[in-house]
Design a protein around this ligand. Sequence first.
Ligand code: HGY
Ligand code: MN
Ligand code: MN
Length: 396
Amino acid sequence: MGDAASSGLLEGLHEISSVGRDRHRGGYSRHLWDPAEFELREWFASRAEKIGLEVETDRNGNIWAWWGPPGPDALVIGSHLDSVPGGGAFDGPLGVESAFEAVRRIKATGILPRRPLAVMAFAEEEGSRFGVACLGSQLLTGAISPEYVRSLRDENGVSFADAGRRVGFDTDRIGRDDMALSRIGLFIELHVEQGRGLINLGSPTAIASRILAHGRWTLTFRGQGNHAGATLMSDRDDPMVSAARAVLEVQQAALDFPGSRATVGRMTALPGGANVIPSSVTMSLDARASSDEETRALVETIAGRVRATEFVENSWSPEVHFDRALAETVTRAIGDVPVLPSGAGHDAGVLAAVVPTAMIFVRNPDGVSHAPGEYAELDDCLAGIQALEDVVRSLV
Ligand code: HGY
Ligand code: MN
Ligand code: MN
């Protein structure tokens, strides 16, 4: 492992440890079709070719690396390579690198798999550029309409369609890909645990039982733009004040629904001058709860309490319950490890709607994720690879 071990990272993660570093936010910013993401796509291809896998990119931008010819009932393992703004090094890439390493080890034994096998990386899992979670896997499975996706715009107002055209990606072809789906027999995703679930359980790995329902909304508060000095407090219609009250209402509503989560991660004032009362303020809302119904009820409660001028849904991911039979297969292969729910969404959650799916979590020593400090101990990462390798061996 050389440098990688001294860096406390798996070899493959060490190779990309400088890709997409965000000097302003810290951590990494790797978003769909930006230079860093293209560099990661090249890393994926070189990692695959090094172990003799054939690489192809599907019509939705997801990348597949096949061991043998693509075929039906394939075992597919992988995750994503993109990040949130200022994200950590493990969320996504750990799952892709662990998949490559598990395949490399099995290939080195000389066995020939009884079924096709692919390692994959889904496109835009974080939805950091176009605002929709798991964009690549949702397009693949038909969970989202291609027309809606083509109309999405990034924070610079560039549409998905135009952004794709600029990088030579044909966005006319996006949408449910029955041929690709027909090849997938099972999907298994390894992921760093995003939370503190494994910290006190004495196990480096766990499997996932379910994923909370979650969605994203944009709230807009409109007021009267005006002069910060000339406008008496009694004469103001200041949307920043409404938005500030709304943030507190969001927090209180989540507390009123025990176990739910609601987050305002971004707030933008227009025009944004320090001596200007804004004319409008937009803010993001990320809301999550155990069930679809509870999440909808939470968001309705928030909507009733904040009186936004506009309240628009951007992304919706229904609750997920992973396949019991596959979970038992995984447990037989890796032993009796803890079973944890996931507050974080994953491509495995989207695939679960169409094929049997499972997730293996790797211990996160302090639970921090979606932040520069996100990490996993090398020994726990190696335990995760061993678990994935054992599961793959039992299935190919
Ligand atoms: O937002 C999520 O839960 C995931 O990290 N995309
Ligand atoms: Mn994430
Ligand atoms: Mn992730």
